[in-house]
Design a protein around this ligand. Structure first.
Ligand code: DGJ
Length: 744
C-alpha cells in the first residue's frame, strides 16, 4: 500500500526562480526514500511521487501551490484502500505483474516472459532557456534490462506540458512492445466532462460533450494515414461540470501523432480519471531490437482554471511561439483554382485566373489537382495520381512557364501535390506495385479511387522527397506547396516489411515515421517555403505535422455559416494563422459574409473573380486591403471567443494586439429569423486595457452602404468590456466587422 508519510520525504523543487542552467543532475534515490517530483508551470502543477518500494505514482494535477512542500502530503489525504487502488494512479502502468487495470505499457521480453515491473531509478530536471523546464524520470525493470523514461517538457508562461516516453531495450534479444502509450495521467477532481471532436468528410471537428461514467471511454482511429476523418486526437476535459469559456477548470489536449491513435478515459472505482493516450496498439505490436530505443509521440496539454478561453489562448500562443513552422511569421493570401475549374483547365484558363488574382489583389496563385499524368491524364480523381509529369495537353509549356508567367504578372505561384498516394490507373502503379500498400492475394479496396504508397520503404521515401525536390529544382521561384492526402489504408500490408523479414505490425507506425523522415529532409533543404497541410478536407491537423507545415486546410466545407462553427472548434487548439479559410461559392450568403468569415483565419479565394458583379469585386478588393491592415491581429493577436454560435443567433470573435492598443471584432447573425431585427444587447469585449480609450469603427463595409455603428464616441476599455458595443447586426447586416483602436 502507498504511504507517503512514514518515510522521510524528499521534495525536489525546480521553481522558475532557479537560475541554474542545469537544475539538478540525475538524482539517484536512496533505497526506500520517498521522492516527490513536482512538474510545474507558472500556474499549474503535475506531481509524481515514489513509494518505499520505488514505484512511481501520480499524486497531484491542479493549480500550482505556493508552498511546494505540500505536494508530498497530497496522497495521504486520499483513501485508496483496496489492493488494486495502488495501481490506478501509477505514473506509467505496466502490465503482467500486479497490475490488473488498463496498462500504459505491455511487453513480451526477449525470453518470452510477459511481466513488467517499473521502478524509479532517478530523475533530472533541466532548464532550457527562460520558459522551458524538462524533467526526465527513469524507470527500470528490476529483473530485465528494460528501461522507460518519462519526459515532461513544461512551458512556464503558456502552462503547456508536452509529455512523451522513451523505451529502451537493453536485453540480449528483441522485446515486443504490445502497447506503448505516450502518457498515463491520474486526475482526482470530481466529475469529468469530455468533449471529443468527431466528424466525417465535410463535417470535421464536430464537438460532443459527455459526462464520463464508470468504465473506459475510448476515442481512436485506425485509418492509418489521417487521424481526423472520424475522430480527432484533440479533446477537452472539464472538471466539476461542463466546459465553460471563461470559468472552470479545463484541460485542452492533443496527441501529436498523424496516424492511428487511442485515447482511453477510465473512471475508476474511486471515481478518479485514468487517462492513457498514445499510438493505437491495434495491429501495431512493435519489435524493439536489442539496444534499440523507441520514442512515442507527445501528448500536449494545457490547463486553466479560467475556462476554455484562457486555455486555448495559452495553446495558441505556445503553438505560434514554439511549434508551428514560422508561427510568428507571415502568410500569403491566394487564389486557388480548385473550385473554379476542378480538373478542367489549360494554360489559357490559368492565365485568366492570374488576371482574377491580380484584380482581387492577392499575393499568390495556387494551382490545384489535375496538372499531371500523360499516359493516364489526371482529368478526374480516378487516374494519373503518382505520375508527376506535367500533362502536355493541358500545360504544353510546363509548370516552369506558369511560374514564369505568374512572376511576370506580379504573383507568386504555388502547387498542389498528393505525393503519398497512387491511382491504380497510373504508370507508377504499373512500374512499382511493390511500393503500394495492398494485400497481394486479396481484391484491392480504394478510397477516392486510390491506394497508399508504402512510406515504411526508404525507396518510397526517396520518391516522395524527390517529387518536392524535383519541383523546386525545376522551378526555384515556386512559393508554396499544398500537400494533400485523401486515402486511408485498406488491406494494410507492406511488401517492403515482408521482404526485409520485419513484422507487418510495424506498418502503421513506420508509415507515419516515414512521412516525418521525408518532411525532415524537405525542411532541411527548403526550410522556409510555406506548405499547407490538407487531407481530403480537414483530415490532418496535428502538432507533429505542424512542425513542418505553416498552415492546414480545415474542411472542404466552405459554406460560411458552417465555417463559423468549424473555425470556432478548431480555434480551441490552433491559432488563426494556421487555419486556411477560402472564400468560395458555397451556400447562399452574400460575398461580404463569406469574406468576413474567411478573414478570421488565413484568407484565400477559390472563386472566378471575373464572374463577380462589379460591386462584389469592388468589395473583395477593399476587403483584401483591409485584411492586410488587420491581419497581424488575426495571425498574432490574442483571440477571444465572445459569443458562441452554439448558444446564440449571433456569433462574435475578437483578436486583440499584445499591447492592447488594437482589436478586431467579427460578428455574425448566423441564425436569421424574419422577425429578428437587431442584436438586442451589446457584445462585451475582452482583453482590452480598462484604462485605455478606444474608438470603434466599422470596416469591410459593402460598397454603397453606411455603417449603423457610430464611430464618433470614444469609449474606455472598461466600458467596452463591462457594457460592450452593439454591432447592430440584423437581417440586412448579417455580418459586421469592427476595428477598435486606441485613441491617444
Ligand atoms: C481534396 C482537397 O480538400 C481539395 O481542396 C482539393 O485539393 C482536392 N482534394 C483535389 O483533389
Amino acid at each position: 500500500m502507498i504511504n507517503t508519510n512514514r518515510l522521510k520525504t524528499l521534495v525536489c523543487r525546480f521553481g522558475s526562480g532557479l537560475s541554474l542552467l542545469l537544475c539538478m543532475a540525475f538524482m539517484q534515490a536512496a533505497a526506500q526514500q520517498v521522492v516527490t517530483i513536482p512538474i510545474t508551470t507558472d500556474n499549474h502543477a503535475l506531481v509524481l511521487q515514489t513509494d518505499q518500494e520505488s514505484r512511481l505514482w501520480m499524486v497531484y494535477f491542479g493549480d500550482k501551490m505556493t508552498d511546494s512542500n505540500g505536494y508530498a502530503h497530497v496522497l495521504s489525504q486520499y483513501s485508496l484502500k483496496d489492493d488494486n487502488a495502488g495501481i490506478y494512479n501509477n505514473a506509467y502502468t505496466p502490465a503482467g505483474t500486479w497490475n490488473l487495470s488498463e496498462p500504459a505499457i505491455q511487453v513480451v521480453h526477449a525470453d518470452g516472459n510477459t511481466s513488467l515491473e517499473l521502478k524509479y531509478a532517478g530523475h533530472q530536471t533541466k532548464r532550457e532557456g527562460d520558459d522551458v523546464m524538462t524533467t526526465v524520470i527513469k524507470l527500470q525493470d528490476p529483473q530485465y534490462k528494460f528501461t522507460v523514461e518519462l519526459f515532461y517538457k513544461a512551458w512556464q508562461n503558456e502552462n503547456v506540458i508536452e509529455q512523451w516516453t522513451e523505451i529502451s531495450n537493453g536485453e540480449s534479444g528483441p522485446v515486443v512492445l504490445q502497447k506503448y502509450a505516450s502518457a498515463n495521467l491520474y486526475l482526482t477532481r470530481k466529475d469529468f466532462y469530455l468533449t471529443s471532436f468527431q466528424g466525417e468528410y465535410l463535417k470535421e471537428m464536430q464537438p460532443y460533450e459527455e459526462k464520463l461514467l464508470r468504465g473506459i471511454k475510448s476515442v481512436d482511429t485506425k485509418l492509418g494515414t489521417r487521424a481526423m476523418l472520424l475522430g480527432t486526437p484533440n479533446f477537452i476535459l472539464s472538471f466539476g461540470g461542463p466546459a465553460r469559456e471563461n470559468s472552470g477548470s479545463v484541460m485542452l489536449a492533443q496527441l501529436a501523432w498523424s496516424g492511428n491513435y487511442k485515447l482511453d478515459f477510465e473512471i475508476d472505482s474511486y471515481q478518479n480519471l485514468r487517462l492513457i493516450a498514445g499510438i493505437n496498439p491495434y495491429a501495431s505490436a512493435y519489435t524493439l531490437r536489442s539496444g534499440q530505443r523507441f520514442k512515442t509521440p507527445s501528448l500536449i496539454y494545457t490547463v486553466s482554471s479560467h475556462g476554455t478561453g484562457e486555455a486555448s489562448r495559452q495553446l495558441q500562443s505556445w503553438a505560434r511561439d514554439y511549434r508551428v513552422l514560422d508561427g510568428k511569421g507571415s502568410r500569403l493570401t491566394l487564389l486557388n483554382n480548385w473550385e473554379a475549374t476542378y480538373f478542367d483547365f489549360d494554360e489559357t484558363k490559368i492565365q485568366n485566373l492570374y488576371k482574377d488574382a491580380k484584380s482581387l489583389g492577392v499575393d499568390m496563385f495556387l494551382l490545384d489537382d489535375g496538372w499531371f499524368g500523360n499516359k493516364y491524364p489526371r482529368n478526374s480523381d480516378n487516374a494519373g495520381l503518382g505520375d508527376w509529369q506535367e500533362n502536355v495537353k493541358k500545360l504544353p509549356h510546363g509548370i516552369g512557364y506558369l511560374v514564369k508567367e505568374a512572376t511576370a504578372a506580379g504573383l507568386k505561384f504555388g502547387i498542389w501535390i498528393e505525393p503519398e498516394m497512387v491511382n491504380p490507373k497510373s504508370e507508377l502503379y504499373e512500374k512499382h506495385l511493390d511500393w503500394v500498400i495492398r494485400e497481394p492475394n486479396r481484391p484491392e479496396k480504394y478510397y477516392r479511387n486510390q491506394l497508399v504508397l508504402d512510406l515504411a520503404n526508404p525507396e518510397v521515401q526517396d520518391f516522395v522527397f524527390g517529387i518536392v525536390d524535383g519541383l523546386f529544382a525545376k522551378n526555384s521561384a515556386l512559393a508554396f506547396i499544398k500537400w494533400d492526402c485523401n486515402a486511408v489504408i485498406y488491406n494494410a500490408h507492406s511488401i517492403y516489411l515482408e521482404k526485409n523479414k520485419l513484422p507487418q505490425t510495424h506498418l502503421y507506425v513506420e508509415y507515419v515515421k516515414g512521412l516525418y523522415k521525408v518532411l525532415e529532409r524537405i525542411r532541411a533543404k527548403y526550410p522556409a517555403v510555406p506548405m499547407m497541410l490538407c487531407s481530403g478536407g480537414g483530415g490532418r491537423a496535428d502538432y507533429e505535422l505542424l512542425k513542418y507545415f505553416t498552415e492546414f486546410w480545415p474542411s472542404d466545407d466552405t459554406e460560411p455559416i458552417e465555417r463559423i462553427f468549424l473555425q470556432w472548434n478548431y480555434s480551441y487548439f490552433f491559432p488563426a494563422i494556421t487555419t486556411d479559410c477560402h472564400v468560395t461559392d458555397w451556400g447562399h450568403q452574400p460575398i461580404k459574409f463569406r469574406v468576413d468569415v474567411a478573414s478570421m483565419g488565413k484568407l484565400g479565394f477559390d472563386i472566378v473573380a471575373s464572374k463577380l458583379s462589379p460591386s462584389d469585386l469592388e468589395f473583395c478588393r477593399s476587403a483584401i486591403k483591409n485584411y492586410d491592415s488587420f491581419k497581424d491581429l488575426v495571425w498574432h493577436g490574442v483571440q477571444y471567443r465572445l459569443l458562441s454560435p452554439y448558444e446564440n443567433p449571433v456569433a462574435a470573435i475578437s483578436y486583440v494586439s499584445a499591447d492592447k492598443s488594437r482589436a478586431i471584432l467579427f460578428t455574425y447573425l448566423h441564425n436569421y429569423r424574419v422577425m429578428q431585427t437587431a442584436t438586442p444587447r451589446p457584445i462585451q469585449l475582452n482583453g482590452l486595457d480598462p484604462k485605455k480609450k478606444y474608438r470603434v469603427k466599422e470596416t469591410n463595409l459593402y460598397p454603397g452602404t453606411k455603417s449603423s455603428v457610430d464611430a464618433g464616441p470614444v469609449y474606455t476599455g472598461e466600458f467596452l468590456m463591462e457594457v460592450g458595443i452593439n454591432p447592430q447586426v440584423n437581417g440586412r447586416r448579417t455580418s459586421v466587422v469592427l476595428e477598435i483602436s486606441e485613441e491617444k
